[in-house]
Design a binder for this molecule. Structure first.
Ligand SMILES: Nc1ncnc2c1ncn2[C@@H]1O[C@H](COP(=O)(O)OP(=O)(O)OP(=O)(O)O)[C@@H](O)[C@H]1O
Length: 278
């Protein structure tokens, strides 16, 4: 379990500005082990800051973050960072290393032999459904979707318990994006990884999250719920607006189907998709 306990982060303001920027103020929430939790909310509400505090890329100004009860401030930051997978929007692959070398980076840093790392590369390419001969290519020779798959493979190569993903599919076209989302939904239960996923796309949040944390300014939690609950009982107008429930063309509602699944339908009753429930 990951827990945020009254976490605040202020950054120094722009040069010569009098005040600091309050990115996150007194935010508390927990993320259950082995689940997908989505941090959603509009630009600047503190999503990336919250995510990067988990692996100590950002240090909280106050408050405590625990992983399975351990205060991460007391852990070795380098070891912590290498034990947590991280995927960002543009994959962040090392341009002068091949795909295989990129995937092998963390296992090698953590002491894996060349042979063990090579096995991990093979396993990971298979997991993200890339052909094994792609291992010899360089990042510049990949499509956006392939690069993101490699980014996911690299983040999972040393089998971390926790994976942080910051708008990982934001830069790929909708069709490829849907494929990547599905692949993640297939992989996550297989590995049992605890996944914290940042997006400002509510459709992506609804599709992926077991739990969605909808944030407003300064990391203020407006609602934390399952996708079904969020759509069925939005806490207020902010949530409704974010879900597009007030929009003329969306007006989403849920309907329980005969087999007990939750179907999201638009204003004309057209199915928009199923909500995955845990
Ligand atoms: N290194 C930094 N120095 C100063 N201010 C920062 C820094 N990083 C973030 N901020 C500010 O903190 C606030 C929260 O930023 P953050 O990137 O966490 O939000 P976000 O919700 O991830 O935004 P986006 O969706 O646009 O990526 C913003 O006002 C941002 O300008």
């Amino acid at each position: 379990m990951i827990s945020f306990e009254s976490v605040t982060k202020t950054y120094p303001g722009p040069r010569r500005a009098a005040h600091e920027v309050v990115a996150v103020q007194d935010t508390s929430f927990t993320v259950d082990t082995g689940t997908i939790t989505v941090l959603a909310g509009s630009s600047g509400c503190g999503k990336t800051t919250l995510l990067r505090m988990v692996n100590r890329m950002v240090t909280p100004t106050s408050g405590t973050i625990r992983i399975d009860g351990d205060d991460i401030a007391e852990l070795d930051p380098v070891k912590l960072r290498r034990s947590i997978g991280y995927v960002m929007q543009h994959a962040g692959l090392l341009p002068h290393k091949t795909v295989a070398e990129n995937i092998a980076v963390v296992p090698r840093l953590n002491g894996a032999t060349k042979a063990t790392a090579r096995d991990a590369v093979g396993r990971m390419l298979e997991l993200v459904e890339l052909p094994s001969d792609m291992g010899g290519r360089y990042p510049a020779e990949l499509s956006g979707g392939q690069a993101q798959r490699v980014g996911v493979a690299r983040a999972l190569a040393d089998e971390p318990n926790i994976l942080l993903m910051d708008e990982p599919f934001g830069a790929v076209d909708p069709l490829v994006r849907a494929g990547l989302q599905q692949q993640l939904l297939d992989i996550q239960p297989e590995l049992g990884t605890t996944l914290l996923f940042v997006t400002h796309d509510m459709n992506e949040a609804l599709r992926l999250g077991h739990e969605i944390i909808l944030l407003a300014e300064h990391g203020r939690i407006v609602q934390q719920d399952s996708p079904g609950q969020l759509v069925a009982e939005p806490a207020n107008a902010f949530v409704e607006d974010f879900l597009g429930l007030n929009g003329m063309d969306q007006n989403l509602r849920t309907r329980i189907t005969e087999d007990g699944r939750t179907l999201v339908v638009d204003s004309l009753g057209r199915p928009a998709g199923f909500l995955e429930q845990t």
